[in-house]
Design a protein around this ligand. Structure first.
Ligand SMILES: [Zn+2]
Length: 64
């Protein structure tokens, strides 16, 4: 019988640094986004920030 080959685990958890928004360390198994300035953030945090920005824009346009 052939020697059992060592299978590399597919899900290697790697630390990819802190989230731009919540500052928590992220791992590559989470859903995250990378920005042009090489910073990274949780996908959820980015979505939340996006919603906040939209809200701010909406409020702003109502002021005018
Ligand atoms: Zn985050």
């Amino acid at each position: 019988m052939a020697k059992k080959t060592w299978k590399k685990p597919v899900n290697i958890v790697m630390d990819i640094g802190p989230c731009k928004y919540c500052k928590k360390d992220m791992v590559n198994t989470e859903s995250f986004v990378a920005f042009y300035d090489k910073s990274k953030a949780h996908y959820e945090c980015m979505k939340a920030e996006d919603a906040k920005q939209q809200q701010a824009n909406n409020n702003h346009s109502q002021d005018i």
